[in-house]
Design a binder for this molecule. Structure first.
Ligand code: SAH
Length: 219
């Protein structure tokens, strides 16, 4: 899938990719997706000059685009083969949605703040991405109409694993979700085997709150 390439940012993007390699990101398909996706088109103009720093940045409405290393860890852990159906909770800027679109068959993505979703939609359209469907709503309920999913990624921190997301995993499907307090969470990978779920911890993380019926009550 082709993405528009802006020459002035190409060198900065390559430097970010080298930095991520140095931090343990070695999956070539993940590095290729990062190379194909113009992160500067997913951040507000006031922080565009920082788009290729390995840091989270404000995107408005009190929300942030995650640190590139965090996106890369999600994607490297999932090791997508290209034929998966994926659900993303917390579209935010839409940057991770496009990374996913390069790595799987189809992405369903849910965001609760409509202005963010509309900005993300425009940025995705500019990238020429077609294998994505967006919904404005409470992602703690998942998106049951299109499930089950081979992978579910949650991009906001939750006090517990939302049960509807476990329920919407396909056999062998994996859910990556930050779980813990409002400030600090543990990034968990949960795998479905029949009616059983195994769990492992990936790293310590800091995400904005997951707000909804099966998350936090308020932002
Ligand atoms: N991956 C995104 C992360 C954005 S921050 C990026 O890098 O741009 C997390 C996002 O989750 C915010 O946009 C927030 O509004 C959204 N969010 C929080 N609770 C949600 C919920 N219950 N359903 C859908 N989106 C939610």
């Amino acid at each position: 899938m082709a993405s528009p390439v802006t020459p002035q940012f190409t060198a900065a993007r390559r430097r970010l990719i080298e930095e991520l390699r140095g931090k343990g990101i070695s999956d070539l398909s993940v590095l290729r997706a990062l190379d194909l996706t113009p992160r500067h088109q997913f951040v507000p103009s006031g922080v565009r000059h920082r788009a290729y720093e390995d840091t989270s940045l404000p995107i408005g409405n009190g929300q942030t685009i995650s640190q590139p290393w965090v996106h890369a860890i999600y994607l490297q852990t999932l090791a997508l083969k290209g034929d998966e159906k994926v659900l993303e909770i917390g579209t935010g800027s839409g940057y991770q949605t496009v990374l996913l679109a390069h790595l799987c068959r189809f992405v369903y993505s849910v965001e609760r703040i409509r202005p963010l979703l509309e900005t993300a939609r425009d940025a995705m359209t500019a990238c020429g991405v077609r294998n994505v469907s967006l919904l404005c709503g409470d992602g703690t309920r998942g998106w049951p109409e299109n499930g089950p999913y081979d992978a579910i990624l949650v991009s906001a921190g939750s006090p517990e694993v939302p049960q509807p997301l476990r329920d919407q995993l396909a056999e062998g499907g994996r859910l990556i979700v930050p779980v813990g307090g409002r400030e600090d969470q543990r990034l968990l990978e949960i795998t479905r085997q029949g009616d059983a779920f195994s769990q492992r911890e990936l790293s310590a993380v800091r995400f904005v709150p997951l707000v909804g019926e099966h998350g936090w009550e308020s932002a």
